[in-house]
Ligand binder design. Structure first.
Ligand SMILES: Nc1ncnc2c1ncn2[C@@H]1O[C@H](COP(=O)(O)OP(=O)(O)OP(=O)(O)O)[C@@H](O)[C@H]1O
Ligand SMILES: [Mg+2]
Length: 264
């Protein structure tokens, strides 16, 4: 007799799953209102919605940059909604910001090196006793930073101040900083906003390449061409609530989604 309660395949949990997330900033309505989202391992998942729909706030709740009023977030099978953002980042979930946050007075290379995960040399006593190991780690980090700069097309600018980069190049540098942490999941908040079309294509190509190498992405984006070309699945928020989710083609032809955008 076949035991139907025993599946032949193990059930694969999404890499990131959030449900019932609520955030009220004190107005009449919630910026995020019982929102749910799932990001399967290995996917490029999209998050779209009109201006003010709550997308960035949802990112802030997922990464616990802002504490939610209600709801739960599971990352890699672990509840994370009670953890500090830097712990979540160390577990492998990192994010970029709608307005790229680079350190303008540091070089492009140093911006990446600062984003590297904990190293032996950061502990005072280790700088005395483990100098060889520290030197090896630094060499490896510089090589990794250089490889990342090559992959984002910024190697030729590694000694320039980050402040000298264009808006699009800053977005790439921010993604590069995220990659330095060896993440499992990268949350990108509008990677194509304010970026020229040539660089948008380059960013999309890179994201697809990293995804083929196994990296999972959750991407907020208003540029529908980017969403259509990159995403496996798209979630739509409107007024803080889930409006729809589906393939990019399903979302684009959904009349409720169209209405939410036209009505803004
Ligand atoms: N720190 C805050 N304090 C008060 N209200 C906030 C705060 N952050 C966001 N909001 C409000 O919450 C709502 C959702 O904002 P959010 O920035 O998450 O939207 P969004 O979907 O990212 O919009 P956009 O596409 O324009 O970036 C908006 O009404 C916004 O004014
Ligand atoms: Mg936003």
């Amino acid at each position: 007799m076949v035991n139907e309660s025993t599946p032949s395949q193990p059930i694969e949990l999404p890499l990131l799953a959030a449900s019932g997330l609520v955030k009220n900033f004190g107005g009449t309505c919630c910026a995020v209102d019982r929102a749910r989202i799932e990001v399967p391992q290995g996917s490029i998942t999209g998050l779209v919605g009109p201006n003010g729909a709550g997308k960035t706030t949802l990112f802030n709740l997922l990464s616990n940059a802002i504490r939610s009023d209600q709801g739960r977030v599971l990352f890699d099978g672990e509840p994370i909604h009670h953890l500090q953002p830097h712990i979540i980042a160390r577990m492998g979930m990192v994010r970029t910001f709608q307005v790229a946050r680079v350190l303008s007075r540091l070089s492009v290379l140093d911006n990446l090196l600062l984003a590297a995960q904990k190293q032996t040399g950061e502990k005072f006593w280790n700088t005395w006793f483990q100098q060889k190991q520290i030197a090896q780690e630094e060499k490896a980090q510089r090589q990794k930073a250089f490889d990342i700069l090559e992959s984002i097309g910024l190697a030729h600018m590694m000694n320039e101040y980050a402040g000298a980069l264009s808006g699009g190049q800053r977005k790439l540098l921010e993604i590069g900083r995220a990659l330095m942490a060896d993440p499992k999941l990268i949350l990108l908040d509008e990677p194509a906003a304010g970026v020229n079309p040539t660089l948008i294509n380059q960013i999309c190509d890179r994201i697809q390449g990293w995804n083929r190498d196994g990296m999972t992405f959750l991407i907020i984006e208003h540029n529908m061409d980017v969403i259509m070309s990159l995403c496996d699945r798209v979630w739509v928020l409107a007024e803080g609530r889930n409006l729809a989710d589906g393939t990019p083609a399903e979302i684009q032809s959904n009349p409720e989604v169209l209405e939410a955008y036209l009505g803004q």
